[in-house]
Design a protein around this ligand. Sequence first.
Ligand code: SF4
Ligand code: SF4
Length: 186
Amino acid sequence: MEKSESKNNPENKSEIIINRKTPLSEVLKLGQVCSKCGHCCRHGSGCLARGDLKKIAEFLKMDEKEVEQRYLEAVEKFNTILFRPKLIREEGKPYGKCVFMKPDNSCSIQEAKPLQCKVGNCTEHGERLNLWFMLNYHLNENDPESVRQFAVYLKCGGKTLLGAELNDLIKDQEKLRKIITYKIFR
Ligand code: SF4
Ligand code: SF4
């Protein structure tokens, strides 16, 4: 894989580059590394994408609506709503244990777990793998509100990957200016 660095992204010269267009197959390979300590599942859960709801429903032998109602909660980022497994929160805490985490730290839906659980991990690539997921599944360059919220995120110091600065997403600078200034509303 290529190597380089860029302003406003967490790449390091000596590390593998993960950009927004890195194929899912590559990302999944990097995401496989996990010692199954359960730390991440004790404090959150990963978002569903690409037909995960259907896979989970088939795995649990339930219909999709029932899975949604019993086990999932919605999260919104960059004007995109995705589902993730519910978190069992202690009172007053914003984080909690994933509803599918078993007492031995394993995942009760391992074969059908959400895409973000498959691509994210805590290795040296973990941050960029999560950025890859965010840029591919939360950010929507065809939705002006999503682009505006992403612009605010970047302005506040939010990280991105190579090829996913605002100018990369919207190459027409006049259009980008109109989106940011609400001349193009939706
Ligand atoms: S679905 Fe499985 S892998 Fe994903 S957070 Fe829950 S327990 Fe962990
Ligand atoms: S990704 Fe990391 S924190 Fe999460 S279970 Fe695997 S080793 Fe533990």
